[in-house]
Ligand binder design. Sequence first.
Ligand code: CP3
Length: 344
Amino acid sequence: MSPSPKPLLATLRGEKQQIPPVWLMRQAGRYLPEYRALRAEKGGFLELVSDSEAAAEVTLQPIRRFGMDGAILFSDILIVPMALGQDLWFETGEGPRLAPVVQARAVLEALQLAPEALAPVYETVRQVAAALPAQTTFLGFAGSPWTVATYMIAGQGSREQSEARRLAYRDPALMQDLVDRIADCTITYLLGQIEAGVEAVQLFDSWSGSLSPAQFEQWVIAPTVRIVAALKDKAPQVPVIGFPKGAGGKLPAYARETGIDAVGVDETVDPAWAHASLPADLPVQGNLDPLALIAGGTVLDQTVDRILAAFVDRPHIFNLGHGIQQDTPIEHVERLLARLRGSR
Ligand code: CP3
């Protein structure tokens, strides 16, 4: 096998690589000193995201430092509720806050997409696309409707997504309208990213793990089917990665039913089970425990080797099972990359 000009994109299209391409979820972020410096200069996370030049620079930082095979757009899944008119801010040391919470129809009806709110993101995409090395694949992303809805309903991150799950039982029609509205906005947003220059997109469904199987069908699989179909209609050449974190035993159904081109697998899933249970030849992305990366040393090496061995017979994109944490030593990322690049 000769190396592809864009190994990550080729893998997403089903081509197995000798050495799996690699990128890390949240690879642009607080574990990097160059990120912390630029964020301090700009004053905050949202200021950084809305400054296209700075956001493009942050997107490129891990590419320059590590030569990752994928660059992921620097933005956030909560830009969609913001574009729908929900106030968004970040509490220092805590996380995102949204107001007012969407628990009643009147609040939902007041939300309307303001397309101009997404314009700085598209400008970031254009700047990154112009600056990226030829072998690097540019990934756009959005949150999946269910995960975005959990924040819109609770106003912040929530334990076991209880508020959203309660609302889904109490008023499924309202929940459906909310999910549909987020899905419509997500389709517009991802098509905008594609038009501006991303080459593949990932749907982050970070909180799909708390749903019962029937709810998973309704709030994760069904909206994903709709989004993927709409993207394929307009941009059939752009691969879609679905990442239903915590889906566990529901992964095979997700992979079969949604139409996604690749599936992200979190660290709680045994890679050997994933390989045996997922459709043959479906590209798989994952699934190093972010805490094994923090641990480093032989624990890291052994975990990496086990993942490589499990996915050796299918297209595999090496990644974490969830976002990189801010106390991750940079030398451990370097050790991981050296292990991967010397693996075959
Ligand atoms: O992967 C990347 O490098 C691209 C950028 C990216 C960010 N957020 C930047 C970010 C992506 C893809 C996301 C997705 C995202 N955002 C998710 C889904 C993936 C996941 O990790 O589960 C979720 C749930 C969010 C919502 C969100 N944004 C939370 C809960 C937080 C606060 C917690 C935290 O880790 O700080 C954010 C803030 C955020 N988004 C930061 C970054 C780099 C940290 C902001 C800072 O610099 O203080």
